[in-house]
Design a protein around this ligand. Structure first.
Ligand SMILES: [Zn+2]
Length: 290
């Protein structure tokens, strides 16, 4: 475990860290060892950190919460040490950093509910369903349709709203991330860790499901890796947001087991179809109506 000084030095200047530690120690001369440790932890916990991107009330943006840990020397003497524990917000921050690298951070700024136009009925329907989804955040949200119909916009807005609520949605750009998973398959440990991060995510947002480069066929390896993620989330009932250019029917034609699981879990299931004049038509519920 890192020393308190080392951890504090990462979130503030070394001089400031030393100053705070000295202040905590000075004010606790008359106390019992346990009280002294608690006093130190309290001073550390009241010092704001300088992490950005996400406001955390719990750790005041330090990323760590300090607590007192009791121990024992080999001679049976009880000791009290201040230890630093990672705050829950670090999971959210990690995901935000990943999103920044993947370009989703830019999308989060651009694609908000405020910037989503609702000039037609179907857009109003989609927005209402998105709001409902944020409130309940169970089930799956499926939004299929042609490029330009606002799938990424509304689903990114959902992810942004969930982040604000303190949830930690995980972003998966299907084609890129499924390729990374397949490439990791030669190292079982790495492969399991990687695929588990998608399987077990609190909320998973899969963008462009089954979209391949240059419209190649979806391979058996693609289907198998995807099935492991989808089937786990289906069994565990974990919330999942999916966008795809394909309809659920088309997904089922590629793989029946996958299509039927998504179809069973999704509420709502939306599919937008454009005619040659780019007038969008949409269906809700059973897509076989398209
Ligand atoms: Zn925190």
């Amino acid at each position: 475990m890192d020393s308190i000084q080392a951890i504090m030095s990462r979130i503030m200047s070394p001089q400031r860290a030393e100053e705070i530690i000295q202040r905590a120690r000075k004010s606790s001369k008359e106390l019992t060892p346990r009280e002294r440790a608690e006093q130190e932890a309290k001073v550390f916990n009241s010092t704001p950190g300088k992490l950005i991107d996400y406001e955390c009330e719990k750790c005041m943006n330090r990323g760590y919460i300090y607590r007192v840990k009791a121990g024992e020397t080999p001679f049976g003497q009880v000791t009290y040490d201040v230890v630093a524990c990672k705050c829950d917000c670090m999971k959210i921050r990690d995901e935000l950093h990943r999103m920044q690298n993947s370009g989703l951070q830019k999308l989060l700024k651009r694609y908000t509910f405020e910037s989503y136009k609702t000039t037609s009925d179907w857009q109003k329907y989609v927005k209402d369903k998105a709001y409902e989804y944020i409130d309940k955040c169970s089930d799956w949200f499926f939004f299929g349709g042609q490029p330009g119909c606002g799938k990424t916009h509304i689903c990114t807005a959902i992810v942004g709203a969930l982040l604000k609520k303190g949830k930690a949605p995980k972003y998966m750009l299907w084609q890129d991330d499924i390729t990374k998973i397949k490439q990791a398959s030669s190292n079982l440990e790495v492969y399991e860790a990687l695929i588990n991060s998608y399987k077990q995510a609190e909320i998973l947002y899969i963008d462009d499901f089954f979209k391949t480069r240059r419209g190649d066929f979806v391979s058996t390896a693609d289907v198998n890796a995807t099935f492991k993620i989808i089937n786990y989330r289906y069994n565990e009932g974990l919330p999942t947001v999916i966008t795809s250019e394909l309809s659920l029917e088309q997904i089922s034609q590629i793989d029946e087991a996958l299509g039927s699981r998504i179809s069973e879990m999704a509420n709502p299931k939306i599919f937008i179809k454009a005619d040659k004049n780019k007038n969008y038509r949409f269906t809700r519920g059973n897509e076989n109506d398209v």
